[in-house]
Design a binder for this molecule. Sequence first.
Ligand SMILES: Nc1ncnc2c1ncn2[C@@H]1O[C@H](COP(=O)(O)OP(=O)(O)OP(=O)(O)O)[C@@H](O)[C@H]1O
Ligand SMILES: CC(C)(CO)[C@@H](O)C(=O)[O-]
Ligand code: BAL
Length: 279
Amino acid sequence: MTEVIRSAEALREKVSGWKRAGALVGVVPTMGALHDGHLSLARAARSQSDRVIVTIFVNPMQFNNADDLAKYPRDEAHDLALLEADGVDVLFAPGPEEVYPGGFASKVTVAGISAPMEGAFRPGHFDGVATVVTKLFGMTQAGRAFFGEKDWQQLQVVRRLVRDLNIPIHIIGCPTIREEDGLAMSSRNVRLTAAERAVAPALHQAMQRAAEAIRAGAPVAEALETARSQVLAAGFAAVEYLDLRGAETLEPLEAHTAPVRLLAAATLGAVRLIDNIEV
Ligand SMILES: Nc1ncnc2c1ncn2[C@@H]1O[C@H](COP(=O)(O)OP(=O)(O)OP(=O)(O)O)[C@@H](O)[C@H]1O
Ligand SMILES: CC(C)(CO)[C@@H](O)C(=O)[O-]
Ligand code: BAL
């Protein structure tokens, strides 16, 4: 039975009881509209913790685009059924006023690593993520938190945050779960039309070809430019970035020196897709 908790106080009471009994608590922060990517995180949490909390909160502070926030898919009843089936102990689903009560005035900024890519195209996004993640860590008092590699830059920002602020939690990154045609699972995929859904895997395919070319010694700038052209030719409206960067520093790299990561964001119709792969 998955218990739904909406207040920070009730959650604190529940978790304090678990901790008194010596339980290791794992948390999976999400924005809901759950898919197999999220469930893989819940299963990792289940196997690496004694108690599992999944949080669902569509965090207004990390949305730079009001339309994106308004159209973000929400289906709590369906999400709860999936979490029940996976043996999650608690669904923590606070309302906005519980997370940001009147008078709320704080903001957590992780400089440097938050600036490029998602940070550049979604101004303020990572301040919103860092602030809410800090709050969720405080509210859940979890010892382990599970994040998907699909949001690679977010994972690096959260790792930096936890180191910088001495937050007593262990961050565990989990591999990206994909559809059979390679498209990274994402809650926003449901907003693709059938025609756009057919085009969507072209992003991952172009990235894979670029990674292969770079591994084989092709000039990096040329391989990246070819990939950008392939994505546009497939029917994407724009490529916001398609970059090779230091996997942890996220600094731009002209040449291939390990460990590096290929990261991209591109728009398809009204939907913005992101992806990243190891090179
Ligand atoms: N395909 C996936 N594989 C593994 N983890 C994922 C995948 N998609 C999302 N996650 C992870 O789930 C957690 C919650 O993400 P979120 O709720 O934003 O889902 P999402 O599908 O990425 O939604 P969207 O990209 O539309 O915001 C994050 O740690 C994210 O990295
Ligand atoms: C980590 C997160 C739940 C914070 O709102 C969100 O950015 C997400 O779903 O990846
Ligand atoms: N990338 C994680 C959630 C979001 O898109 O705002």
